[in-house]
Design a protein around this ligand. Structure first.
Ligand SMILES: *Cc1c(COP(=O)(O)O)cnc(C)c1O
Length: 375
C-alpha cells in the first residue's frame, strides 16, 4: 500500500478517459442515465465526484469507506440520527463544538432522545453518564477552544465494552495528525470546511468508517438531504492533495508560536497539546502524529478586541483550518450563546483568543503577535 502522502494525492481519483489527464473530471449532470448502471443522483450520495473524494478521505483515515456532505453539521446530524431513535440515549463528552452542542440541546428532545454531557472527557466521566438505553458515545479531541485531549483508545474501549457506537469529531487534528480508527473508534467525522478544504472557501463534511456502518447511514442521509455538489466535491478533492504539506507546516508554525507566547510576560496561559509542560501532552503524544495548527492563549490584561484590531497580518475571522492565519475570541464567536456560569466553569474567559495558524512564514506571524502584545 502507498504511504499516506501518496494516497492524499492519488486515492479515489476517477480516471479521465477523454484526456488521460491527472485529475478527476467534474461530472455536472444531476440527470444521470440509469439503464446501464445503478440509479445515481447527488442526494443518493453515489455520484462519481462524491465517491472519488469520499474514497480519498476514507483512505487517509484508514477506513473502509465514507461519505461526503454539504457541511460538517450535515455529517454529524445524519450520522447520529441514523443510530438514535426515540427512547435512546447518547453521551457527549464535555467541551464540544458549539454547533453540535446547540443541535443536541435544541433538537434531540423533539425526538425524545436523551443525552448527557459528561462531566469531563475521561472514561470515569463516561461511565457515570452511562444508562441502560445508551447507544452512542461522542467525543471530540483536541477540543475547542481550550485544546483539551480525550484519550481516544480509552473512549473506544469504553464503547466496545458497553456495546456502544463510538463517534469522534476529528476536525481539529485532521487526518494528517490523528487517525482514530487505529485506536478502535467506529466512525470518524470531519468538518471538511476546515483542514480538509484548507483554503477557507468551501463548506463540506465527511463521515468514514466500516462498510457496515456507512451503509446504514446512507439511507438516512438520503432522507435528510445534506449532499454535496460536484463542483465542491472536486474542490475538496483537489484541496486534500496538499493536506500533508499544509498541515505539517501548520504544525511547525503553531509549535513555534506556542513556545513564543508561553515565554511572553504578557501572556497568562497558552493552550496547546504540543507544549511539553501541558498536562494534555502525555495523552496527545500517544495518539497524535503532530499537534495541529490550533492554539489558544489568555492575555494577562488588555482588551481582546483592541488586540485583534492592532494586528496587520493575522485576520480576525471565524472558522479555522485555512492557509491564512486567523484569530477569534471564543466568547464573541463560538461560545457567545453559552451561559456565563458554564463559560466560567470551563475556563473560557474574555481574555482568551484562539489562533488558527496558517502556512505563512512563522517569523512574520510572531512579529504580528508582538505588535498586539506591545500595545
Ligand atoms: C466547524 C466545525 C464543525 C461544523 O462544521 P460545518 O462545516 O460548519 O457544518 C463541527 N465540528 C468542529 C470541530 C468544527 O470546527
Amino acid at each position: 500500500m502507498y504511504k499516506k502522502e501518496t494516497q492524499s494525492v492519488h486515492s479515489g481519483t476517477q480516471f479521465d478517459e477523454k484526456t488521460q489527464g491527472a485529475n478527476s473530471p467534474i461530472y455536472t449532470s444531476t440527470a444521470i442515465g440509469y439503464l446501464d448502471s445503478e440509479v445515481t443522483y447527488p442526494r443518493y450520495f453515489n455520484t462519481k465526484n462524491q465517491l472519488a473524494v469520499a474514497a480519498k478521505i476514507a483512505a487517509l483515515e484508514n477506513a473502509e469507506t465514507g461519505m461526503v456532505f454539504s457541511s460538517g453539521m450535515a455529517a454529524i446530524t445524519s450520522t447520529l440520527l441514523t443510530f438514535l431513535k426515540t427512547g435512546d440515549h447518547i453521551i457527549f463528552q464535555k467541551g464540544l463544538y458549539g454547533g453540535t452542542f446547540n443541535w443536541g440541546n435544541s433538537e434531540l428532545q423533539k425526538f425524545d432522545i436523551e443525552f448527557t454531557i459528561a462531566e469531563g472527557n475521561s472514561s470515569t466521566d463516561f461511565e457515570k453518564a452511562l444508562q441502560a438505553n445508551t447507544k452512542i458515545i461522542y467525543i471530540e479531541t483536541p477540543s475547542n477552544p481550550l485544546l483539551k485531549i480525550t484519550d481516544i483508545k480509552a473512549a473506544a474501549e469504553f464503547a466496545r465494552s458497553n456495546k456502544l457506537i463510538s463517534v469522534i469529531d476529528n476536525t481539529f487534528a485532521s487526518p494528517v495528525n490523528q487517525n482514530p480508527i487505529d485506536f478502535g473508534i467506529d466512525l470518524v467525522i470531519h468538518s471538511a470546511t476546515k483542514y480538509l478544504g484548507g483554503h477557507s472557501d468551501i463548506c463540506a463534511g465527511a463521515v468514514v468508517g466500516s462498510k457496515n456502518l456507512i451503509s446504514q447511514i446512507k439511507p438516512t442521509a438520503l432522507n435528510f438531504g445534506g449532499s454535496l455538489d460536484a463542483q465542491t466535491c472536486y474542490l475538496l478533492e483537489r484541496s486534500i492533495k496538499t493536506i500533508f504539506i499544509r498541515v505539517n507546516q501548520q504544525n511547525k508554525n503553531a509549535l513555534q508560536i506556542a513556545g513564543f507566547l508561553s515565554a511572553h510576560a504578557k501572556i497568562e496561559k497558552v493552550f496547546y497539546p504540543g507544549l511539553p509542560n501541558s498536562k494534555e501532552h502525555e495523552i496527545a503524544q500517544k495518539q497524535m502524529k503532530g499537534f495541529g495548527g490550533m492554539l489558544s492563549f489568555e492575555l494577562k490584561k488588555g482588551n481582546i478586541i483592541d488586540f485583534q484590531k492592532s494586528l496587520k497580518l493575522i485576520k480576525p475571522a471565524v472558522s479555522l483550518g485555512g492557509v491564512d492565519t486567523t484569530i477569534s475570541a471564543p466568547t464573541l464567536t463560538s461560545h457567545r450563546h453559552v451561559p456565563e456560569k458554564d463559560k466560567i466553569k470551563e475556563g473560557i474567559t474574555d481574555k482568551i483568543l484562539r489562533l488558527s495558524v496558517g502556512i505563512e512564514n512563522v517569523e512574520d506571524l510572531i512579529e504580528d503577535l508582538q505588535i498586539g502584545l506591545n500595545m
